[in-house]
Design a binder for this molecule. Structure first.
Ligand code: MTE
Ligand code: MO
Length: 335
């Protein structure tokens, strides 16, 4: 389903970092298996098949999108040691309701998204508003690779090597005024290219928001690529947000507007069901969703032989980096 070539029509080689990372992952997962202390022929053959499958999937990269490598990020918390999710899973198991509500819909339908030319409008309480082209944005700061856990409110998670830079770099550049307290993110809603815009699942466009200090936290990533390549359409090309300590839906895809405001933005999921999706939506194993527990999660790609559900971590494991943003706030109330 990844049939797209990059905008210039070239096929780019896969950056070598990815291959070495694949080798590293295989070693890690084998070590984990051995450490589990279970012996036996069945396990051994399963392990070797598994390692083989992994070697294939992590080296046989699509290589059809433009390369976008980044230096390993120096930001604290930016490189988890968890095994990276297979590219195939990360690009075929998606939520992007503009292209359908099934997890496989975006990979099938998002080829119609036209990602060039692209620009992002910066507006509201800011000294340097204006239209920033994708090229302007790409040039604004050095690209970093961040390996982040992502946990969806529905109870599954992935680990994805994103490429981008801290949103704070852009925010500093456009100089919000002292009145700006929140940042609103508006995403593309084009009924001509997005078959589900117009459906009543959500009030389009998809809108998300962050408090200014959350947006300024170095972990908040303005994202242009993943796995060393530009983003596939289904993952929110050409530019999206990734906020790793919040539930997946906060990570707005295909951004067209960033607006600085003094009021908490009305976000798409909060408008759709306020009792289920709060504005903050920090990953929190101690606060259940009204219809299910949030204490555990299923890691995509781990549904094999001995896969156990994982315990969901407070702030998705990023408490050391972001816990202080919420000191004194009742997280059962501010969900
Ligand atoms: N514009 C837009 N952004 C969106 C969504 C969406 O439907 N539309 N879905 C969100 C949800 S619910 C999740 S879990 C993540 C999924 O991102 P991924 O497909 O790259 O894993 O994107 C988020 N961003
Ligand atoms: Mo989600």
């Amino acid at each position: 389903m990844l049939i797209k070539t990059d905008q210039q029509g070239f096929n780019h080689p896969v950056p070598s970092e990815i291959t070495s990372q694949g080798v590293y992952e295989n070693r890690r997962s084998l070590m984990k298996l051995m450490a589990s202390g279970v012996a036996g022929a069945a396990l051994a053959s399963w392990a070797s098949r598994e390692a083989h499958a992994q070697a294939i999937s992590s080296t046989a990269r699509p290589g059809k999108l433009a390369a976008l490598p980044g230096v390993k990020s120096p930001v604290a918390g930016a490189l988890t040691m968890d095994k990276v999710t297979d590219y195939k899973d990360a690009s075929t198991y998606n939520n992007f309701y503009e292209f359908g509500t099934d997890k496989t819909d975006p990979a099938q339908n998002a080829h119609t998204l036209k990602t060039s030319p692209w620009s992002v409008e910066i507006e509201g309480l800011v000294k340097k508003p204006g239209k920033y082209t994708l090229e302007d944005l790409l040039k604004l700061s050095a690209q970093e690779e961040r390996i982040y856990r992502m946990r969806c409110v529905e109870g599954w998670s992935m680990v994805i090597p994103w490429v981008g830079y801290s949103l704070s770099e852009l925010i500093k550049k456009v100089e919000p005024t002292s009145a700006a307290k929140y940042v609103e993110f508006v995403t593309l809603a084009d009924p001509k290219t997005m078959p589900f815009v117009g459906s009543r699942v959500l009030d389009w466009p998809y809108v998300e928001g962050l408090r200014m200090d959350e947006a300024m936290n170095p972990l908040t990533l303005l994202t242009f690529g993943m796995y060393g390549e530009v983003l596939p359409n289904q993952n929110g090309a050409p530019v999206r947000l990734v906020v790793p300590w919040k539930y997946g839906f906060k990570n707005a895809k295909s951004l067209v507007k960033i607006r600085f405001t003094d009021k908490q933005p009305a976000t798409a999921w909060n408008k759709a069901a306020a009792s289920e999706y709060g504005f903050y939506s920090n990953v929190n194993p101690n606060v259940d969703h009204p219809r299910w527990s949030q204490a555990t999660e299923r890691r995509i790609g781990e549904d094999g032989l001995f896969a156990k559900k994982r315990k969901t971590l407070m702030f998705n494991g990023y408490e050391a980096q972001v816990g202080q943003l919420y000191t004194g706030m009742d997280l059962k109330k501010f969900i």
